[in-house]
Design a protein around this ligand. Structure first.
Ligand SMILES: Nc1ncnc2c1ncn2[C@@H]1O[C@H](COP(=O)(O)OP(=O)(O)OP(=O)(O)O)[C@@H](O)[C@H]1O
Ligand SMILES: [Mg+2]
Length: 200
């Protein structure tokens, strides 16, 4: 089964700009792939389609994540939220919460999988805390776990903390964009996507 399978995705924005033209792509589990292209060539747009933030043009097309359709013929699947739990998205703006520790920022990535009462109370299980420590150790910043995120979170540890967060969960912390201006800002800021293929 492919981790990502894309068939004939096209995207034309309301202003007539065509960003994607019948894109097809297959990525196997465990593959690490770089998407390279000139500025404005449609990289972020494609990543946003893979994550199910944007639907393609209404024509025969589909994107499957681990065999589950996240969009088909330009329509986002109803179970998009559950599929997104296996997709980590790293944005250029890290969306880390200042004033919270690096470890808590990682744990926030687990919120999508937690029952409502624990989400509201912010109580993380031992397994979640251990998982977050393991993720930080994996990217070499375990010693920064208790550090408070400074206002400037453009440093390497913060980039790595953000990538840990997407490993453990996946609903990106991005808000639903309302205005076109916001949509464009977010569309240009997607830098990486990770599909979780290992079982939790
Ligand atoms: N919401 C939108 N409405 C209209 N046009 C858009 C919108 N979002 C992106 N575009 C246009 O679609 C094209 C592809 O944009 P995209 O952001 O995907 O490019 P990119 O390859 O990620 O570029 P960069 O390397 O600069 O990040 C660009 O011409 C961009 O201006
Ligand atoms: Mg981009």
């Amino acid at each position: 089964m492919d981790a990502i399978r894309i068939e004939r995705i096209s995207k034309t924005f309301a202003n007539g700009r065509q960003a994607l033209d019948e894109i097809g792509l297959r990525i196997e589990p465990g593959e690490m792939v770089a998407l390279i292209g000139a500025s404005g060539s449609g990289k972020s747009t494609l990543l946003r389609h893979i994550a199910g933030f944007t639907g393609g043009d209404p024509q025969p097309s589909h994107i499957d994540i681990l065999g589950r359709p996240i969009q088909r013929n330009g329509r986002i699947a109803r179970e998009v939220r559950s599929i997104r739990r296996d997709i980590g998205v790293v944005f250029q703006q890290f969306n880390l919460v200042n004033r919270l520790s690096v470890q808590t920022n990682v744990l926030i990535g687990a919120l999508a999988r937690m029952p409502l009462w624990r989400r509201l109370s912010g109580v993380f299980s031992r397994a979640e805390r251990e998982g977050s420590r393991a993720a930080l150790a994996e990217v070499g910043i375990a010693e920064h776990a208790r550090a408070i995120s400074p206002a400037d979170n453009s440093s390497a540890p913060h980039w790595r903390a953000r990538s840990c967060s997407t490993r453990r969960s996946s609903s990106p912390t991005n808000p639903s964009p309302r205005s076109t201006r916001n949509r464009r800002a977010i569309s240009s800021s997607t830098t990486a996507i990770r599909i979780r293929t290992r079982k939790r």
